[in-house]
Design a protein around this ligand. Structure first.
Ligand code: DAH
Length: 360
């Protein structure tokens, strides 16, 4: 029988060089197909003598096996290469890009607003809002501040410009959040329990005054609300807000046109060593104005003061933020100085809650 080595070498070399499945299949047919080179040689076995067959048979079978194995190996190699190429071209980066270090913080005013809202929500107060540009009527008249009332002058009001001869109601930048009381009762009636945080404006500027600042208004109207309820609510608030058990409040008789009687409220504090401590010491710091809502105010929104009564109060948000977080100058609140914000700001994901801690 002929020497198989040249056939073997040639076939295996071609298989190894085959570039795709079709080329491999053509080589398989050429070698092992019905009329393939090896098949024809196998067919020749029948014409051999038994001795020759015994020699040639195993060699041909071995060659056939070897070619089949080479074909399988080449196919696998081509498959791997195709997969590798696909993985290379269809590559997708699913990792998160490195994020820049967070630069922003939550401003102390925003933080304190959230704290205030969390505390009052727990006491059953809803949050209300009103416009920052108000009419004279909402900002003053409805709150029992008549045009001649000295409070109009004291408030350093910003009036909106008006064309000469324009007879429409004058607009002002609201000087306090108290007009939200009026708007809320007009729209929702009574009974009600709300706080109304927001921006207010007065023409004033020094270490403790800026032309824009923040207040929140409290209002609770029902049939039997008294000064005692006001006192309890404010004490409850201060204890939660300043996170001090022994807060002490002092109610001082005062006067506001929209409340009768009226009281300003001071909180006991100490300035020992130049550091402010709430709830101890011999100093008092004023933190809010309050009182029982004046019957004229209820009447202005069509609520019968013989049936309904309640309390209102107004507190400076920036002020209590300064007290709680030891911030000395109000003007810095609105300078947008990143260094200041990094120092006094709060982490964005630390939402104040009563159970999780207000300022932890
Ligand atoms: N509106 C007052 C102010 O801005 C604060 C105030 C005092 C609000 C007494 C009230 C109140 O509701 O009862 O100075």
């Amino acid at each position: 029988m002929q020497d198989l080595e040249p056939v073997r070498a040639r076939t295996l070399a071609r298989i190894a060089a085959a570039g795709d499945e079709a080329a491999i299949e053509a080589l398989r047919v050429a070698a092992l197909g019905k009329k393939g080179e090896i098949s024809l040689m196998m067919r020749g076995l029948g014409k051999m003598t038994p001795d020759e067959r015994r020699q040639a048979g195993p060699r041909l079978n071995a060659l056939k096996d070897e070619i089949n194995a080479a074909i399988a190996a080449r196919k696998a190699a081509l498959g791997d290469a195709a997969l590798a190429e696909r993985l290379e071209t269809e590559w997708l980066d699913v990792t998160l890009a490195p994020r820049p270090i967070a630069q922003g913080t939550i401003h102390p005013v925003s933080q304190v607003m959230e704290e205030v809202i969390a505390i009052f929500a727990d006491l059953g107060f809803a949050v209300a809002e009103g416009p920052q540009i108000e009419t004279d009527w909402y900002n003053f008249d409805a709150l029992n501040i008549s045009p001649e009332h000295p409070a109009r002058q004291e408030m350093d009001t910003f009036y909106m410009a008006r064309a000469e001869g324009d007879e429409r109601p004058a607009h002002v930048l609201r000087t306090h959040t108290s007009p939200v009381q009026i708007r809320y009762m007009e729209e929702h009636g009574v009974p009600c329990r709300i706080i109304a945080p927001g921006r207010v404006y007065r023409c004033d500027y020094d270490q403790t005054h800026t032309p824009m600042f923040h207040q929140y208004e409290g209002l609770a109207i029902d049939r039997e609300i008294s000064m005692a309820n006001l006192k309890w609510v404010l004490e409850e608030f201060c204890r939660a807000f300043f996170e001090v058990e022994g807060v002490e409040l002092r109610f001082r008789a005062s006067h506001f046109p929209f409340t009768e009687p009226s009281a300003e409220v001071d909180i006991r504090c100490s300035w020992a060593g130049g550091q402010l401590k709430i709830g101890e010491g011999d100093d008092w710091m004023e933190i809010l104005g309050s009182g029982m809502v004046h019957p004229d105010v209820l009447e202005a929104v069509g609520v019968d003061p013989k049936v309904w009564q309640g309390f209102a109060f107004g507190m400076g948000i920036d002020r209590i933020a300064m007290l709680k977080y030891g911030i000395p100058d109000l003007r810095a609140f609105f300078d947008s100085d990143l260094r200041w914000l990094r120092h006094y700001g709060f982490a964005a994901l630390d939402m104040p809650t009563l159970h999780g801690g207000l300022s932890a």
